[in-house]
Design a protein around this ligand. Structure first.
Ligand code: URA
Length: 218
């Protein structure tokens, strides 16, 4: 909730002082009723000034979250699970740009800027994402080579822009993989085709942004 004169001023229509004058002279309606100075309004209230609906000039906000495990990448959830939006302290209605699975951790952007979200998610803009995947078993040299050359996932080839084995143990491997794909569960699908399940997955970077020191949940 914000004071009406502030909302009018923030819209760029007029100054705060002029907005107060307009309210005092009965030229402002909120949901069809004459407004009073100091009253508070929320996003869904319809404000009319001098007979015209006020276009709210909402400021754009951008958050980078290090998503923890067990949190859903949406603004709300019908099963009442914790959402990424609930981790961010803001009154502005924000949503995640794309999704990370419930059990995937790492870099997720949230915003109220629909235009930017569309640009980043559109395949033609080829935004690169880097993931660190812990897989069960080890990739054979042949599997590594075929992954490097590109793997068919549902009739479309995914060619990693970068691929590196970070660590190998007897029964697992840590793989760094960068792709420009945005399809759901894409990393798990890639390794599933090669016969390896992904036991941990983290997104380390998105476009030119990296997690850096951002801790889980921050
Ligand atoms: N690929 C996956 O399999 N899961 C994610 O959360 C992101 C990419």
């Amino acid at each position: 909730m914000e004071r009406l004169q502030k909302v009018i001023a923030n819209s760029g229509l007029t100054s705060r002082r002029k907005a107060e004058e307009l309210i005092n002279s009965g030229k402002v309606l909120v949901n069809g009723k004459i407004a009073s100075l100091g009253m508070k309004v929320n996003d869904s209230d319809i404000i009319m000034v001098n007979g015209e609906v006020l276009e709210k000039n909402e400021k754009k906000v951008y958050y980078m979250l290090n998503k923890p495990r067990g949190v859903i990448s949406s603004a709300s959830d019908e099963k009442n699970r914790k959402t990424v939006v609930s981790l961010i302290d803001t009154d502005i209605r924000i949503y995640p740009i794309g999704r990370l699975d419930y059990d995937t951790t790492g870099l997720l952007l949230l915003t109220n800027d629909g235009e930017l979200a569309n640009i980043l998610m559109h395949p033609k803009n080829e935004v690169e994402k880097t993931y660190i995947a812990k897989i069960e078993g080890n990739l054979t040299p042949q599997e590594f080579y075929s992954l490097k050359k590109g793997i068919m996932i549902e009739d479309r080839k995914v060619i990693p822009t970068r691929l590196k084995v970070r660590k190998t143990t007897i029964d697992s491997q840590i793989i760094e993989i960068s792709i420009i794909e945005g399809r759901n569960h894409i990393i798990k699908k890639i390794f599933a085709v090669l016969g390896h399940s992904v036991s941990k997955l983290k997104r380390e970077s998105y476009a030119f942004l990296s997690l850096g020191n951002l801790k889980s949940g921050e």
